[in-house]
Design a protein around this ligand. Structure first.
Ligand code: M6R
Length: 365
């Protein structure tokens, strides 16, 4: 049932504050401001590293997770798309654990990667939405995403709930390893607890702007997304979402890679969507934006209040989100990216929930 919404995708975008709050409550104690203990099957304290694998959007949430595990838990993460991971014959060690991320829990390549790690004797954790799925069944520890059924082929709420789970696990891992202090744990969990409210505020405040911007975006054939840090995987997720449902060609790049190739493409026909919260990368990303502007590129700038005040560049549009803690910015910044793709597709008249050539669950290689 779509409720008041035109498409499941729209419904699922707007459900995010509620489902993410539900997902988080499984991993954090909102009142004590602590993370809950993690399933003992994965002993973060004694791990030498994590191997992570997934496909599509789930892979991109894993990439964000890599930044968190490395930063907060000082835990090295080896991550690859499952279709490569399963054949790479990478050396794995028993003191590594493996994490697989999947909405459906049935993705063939992800399952094959899981079985490979299992044969190597690694403990297996599954971040899945469907708890009865094959991936869940074959794992030592299940970390449910708790997003509720996701019908739209383009993943939205499963993505942000995967992020919420990964953020909580990274903090729990940091706590176990002594790299996150009790004070830091408290701050991080407080930020996570604020997220559902901030997400609903953002969804309400940007809707109209996203709709009118989508009209402009629908006129283009190619779009480039740029970001640094956790905004880099988010840039790739933005590009994936747009191409899946609007069929506009889009690429996501690390902003620092611009001058190593994609800058050759910049002209007035290819808008550049820059994802830049006012974080420790902001100045660097703005200098990449200047390079785009100097070549006549049009910029769609997704930033926060501090970022908007700090940049004086002319843009095609600036989307201003509230200033938020760094740990929650990927979930909050996912919202304009999802809405922009959604409204562009609606405007172009594509089949938003069932885009051509795609299946919700990819159970063949
Ligand atoms: O069910 P899974 O999370 O394992 O699916 C992985 C990908 O097939 C999936 O994320 C796909 O990329 C989505 N269509 C993205 O919107």
């Amino acid at each position: 049932d779509k409720g008041n919404h035109r498409h499941f995708m729209e419904k699922e975008i707007y459900e995010q504050p509620e489902v993410i709050s539900h997902a988080l409550s499984n991993y954090v104690d909102f009142h004590g401001h602590t993370v809950k203990p993690v399933d003992a099957a994965i002993d973060f304290k004694s791990l030498r590293g994590l191997a992570v694998s997934a496909c599509g959007t789930a892979y991109l949430s894993g990439l964000v997770g890599k930044y968190w595990f490395e930063r907060y838990a000082r835990l090295p993460v080896e991550i690859d798309v499952a279709s490569e991971f399963r054949y790479r014959e990478m050396p794995l060690y028993k003191d590594q654990a493996a994490l697989f991320i999947s909405q459906s829990g049935e993705t063939a390549d992800t399952l094959a990667s899981l079985r490979y790690c299992h044969e190597q004797g690694l403990k297996i954790g599954a971040i899945v939405n469907v708890k009865e799925s094959t991936i869940a069944r074959e794992s030592d520890a299940i970390f449910p995403i708790l997003a509720g059924p996701e019908i739209g082929v383009a993943s939205t709420k499963a993505f942000t709930c995967q992020l919420a789970v990964l953020a909580s696990l990274a903090i729990a891992a940091g706590k176990a390893r002594g790299t996150v202090s009790p004070e830091e744990e408290k701050q991080l969990v407080k930020s996570l607890a604020e997220m559902p409210r901030i997400m609903s505020q953002v969804l309400n405040s940007i809707q109209q702007q996203m709709e009118s911007l989508a009209r402009d975006l629908s006129k283009f054939k190619d779009v480039l997304y740029l970001g640094r840090g956790t905004s880099f995987p988010l840039a790739m997720e933005g590009a994936l979402k747009l191409k899946e449902i609007s069929y506009i060609h889009a690429e996501g790049y690390a902003a620092g890679e611009l001058k190593h190739g994609p800058i050759a493409l910049i002209d007035e026909n290819m808008p550049v969507i820059v994802i830049a919260p006012y974080d420790r990368f902001f100045e660097k990303t703005v200098s990449n934006m200047q390079e785009v502007a100097a070549r006549g590129g049009r910029i769609i700038f997704i930033t926060d209040e501090k970022g908007a005040a700090a940049s004086k560049l002319d843009t095609m549009a600036t989307i201003v989100l509230p200033n938020v803690a760094e740990i929650i910015s990927p979930m909050v910044f996912a919202l304009p990216i999802q809405l922009l793709a959604y409204h562009t597709a609606v405007f172009m008249g594509t089949d938003v929930d069932q885009p051509r050539n795609l299946a919700k669950s990819v159970t063949v290689e």
